[in-house]
Design a protein around this ligand. Structure first.
Ligand SMILES: Cc1cc2nc3c(=O)[nH]c(=O)nc-3n(C[C@H](O)[C@H](O)[C@H](O)COP(=O)(O)OP(=O)(O)OC[C@H]3O[C@@H](n4cnc5c(N)ncnc54)[C@H](O)[C@@H]3O)c2cc1C
Length: 411
């Protein structure tokens, strides 16, 4: 006779594992199907291998930061950042607070988070690794039939298969197809939190340069639509880093509309134009017979000097005493605004998270159950929610996984 599980979960990422633990703790018979040879592959590379597990922000701040944040309100209440920290502490993974409210495991090892989760999941559920789900359907008796390496039957199905970014970790958008087969609608997945590609003759010289405390503005069709303060890094193709990732989903959206987009960097956001002008005049006088490239070292990292002066149209060997008022004004303005044309974002496969996915208005936000199909649940990044970097996305995966896992029942 075929075995019918109470719950089948597609995907052993953070959301699926959390759902499995919660459902298993209610003595339900749970199976987790994972495409890759081991669970939590993406989780193991989060936070540059350190796993930024959650954030100290309030629930209101969480909701405000998320795209479709209101949908997550109940989940964040049901399983908050404090609950996530207590949960991992109970699994012997103590957490520490860092800059920007970011929580990391004290060990700085994402693998400790993964190992603790996997060990706990295995206490409460069966985990079938290297099991790629091909399709899922429901029969007239409400039993789900999930096909892959073999058939799995279950009274409840939780789709926790993630988004479309970093497909090598297993998340390649399969869940959208499964959801569609049950009548759900999918908002087109686009890259969110992704590096951007710039058109610039200076990239060869700038690549690898990290800038701290800069303000970047996103200009779309001659209008500034977003400003962000923080860190960025030039790469061989363009720019990466926290402020770039934050603005990137708006870049994706506006690229789709065919708009002309520029990245403007303010290198001195904390200084007034007046103060910088006084300092610049002072240094120009001080360096009189020396070349402008020696003077500008007082204001910029060495790697930026040549591109900066080139951008200003000033010969790097020009003596300070020969600088004109026009040269000085050009330098002054460039400190506050150096502009790069944005060509595109990198591909969705290079994105930290996916924007788009299963429409939130088709899911009961208190239970994560489908509004169309009894016994069908969703959790994690497969749903159309996403947030900036800072531990928010993992919190959403844990919270929605918790809600899905506690909401399933033996029907
Ligand atoms: C490089 C990187 C760094 C990140 N760092 C952070 C961070 O520090 N903090 C943070 O909050 N967020 C971070 N994120 C985002 C975060 O990792 C994701 O939002 C989170 O993992 C989503 O969890 P999930 O369970 O929904 O999906 P996933 O973690 O993507 O897990 C989905 C699972 O489903 C499996 N699966 C998919 N299709 C099938 C199928 N057909 N059959 C069987 N199994 C299937 C996949 O193999 C995968 O294991 C980072 C993302 C990346 C790419």
């Amino acid at each position: 006779m075929k075995e019918i599980y109470d719950v089948c979960i597609i995907g052993a990422g953070p959301s699926g594992m959390m759902a499995a633990i919660q459902a298993g703790q209610k003595s339900l018979n749970v199976i987790v199907l994972e495409k890759k040879s081991r669970p939590g592959l993406k989780l193991s590379i989060t936070g540059k291998g350190r796993c930024n597990i959650t954030n100290s922000a309030s629930i209101k701040e969480f909701v405000d930061l998320f795209y479709n944040g209101k949908f997550l309100y109940s989940s964040f209440h049901a399983f908050s950042n404090i609950d996530v920290i207590s949960f991992f502490e109970s699994l012997n993974v103590p957490c520490k607070l860092e800059r920007g409210g970011r929580y990391f495991p004290v060990s700085d090892k994402a693998c400790d988070v993964v190992n603790a989760l996997v060990k706990t999941v295995k206490k409460f559920a069966k985990v079938a690794s290297s099991f790629k789900v091909k399709s899922a359907k429901q029969d007239d008796n409400g039993i789900f039939c999930i096909s892959g390496n073999f058939y799995v039957y279950a009274r409840n199905l939780i789709i926790a298969s993630g988004g479309m970014s970093y497909p090598a970790t297993g998340s390649s958008g399969d869940g959208y197809r499964f959801a569609e087969s049950f009548g759900h609608s999918i908002k087109k997945p686009i890259a969110a939190l992704v590096p951007i590609v710039l058109e610039s003759k200076y990239l060869n010289e700038l690549k690898g340069l990290k800038l701290k405390n800069v303000e970047v503005s996103l200009e779309v069709s001659n209008k500034i639509i977003l400003k962000e303060f923080g860190e960025m890094e030039f790469t061989s193709f363009g720019a990466d880093g926290s402020v770039i990732l934050t603005i990137s989903s708006l870049v994706s959206l506006n690229m789709d509309k065919g708009n002309n987009i520029n990245l403007k960097i303010n290198l001195k956001p904390a200084v007034s134009q007046e103060c910088l002008n006084v300092r610049l005049l002072k240094e120009i006088n001080k360096f009189g017979q020396y070349q402008v490239k020696d003077m500008i070292k007082e204001f910029l990292p060495i790697q930026f000097i040549k591109p900066f002066l080139n951008y200003c149209g000033i010969n790097i060997t020009k003596k300070c005493s020969q600088l004109t008022k026009f040269d000085r004004e050009k330098m002054l303005n460039t400190f506050f605004e150096i502009s790069f044309k944005i060509l595109s974002t990198k591909d969705i496969k290079d994105a930290i998270v996916t924007r788009g996915g299963i429409l939130t208005n088709e899911i009961n936000q208190k239970t994560m159950e489908s509004k169309f199909i009894n016994g069908l649940y969703f959790c994690g990044e497969v749903i159309d929610v996403d947030a900036p970097t800072g531990g928010f996305n993992l919190q959403a995966a844990f919270s929605t996984g918790f809600v899905a896992g506690t909401s399933v029942y033996r029907s």
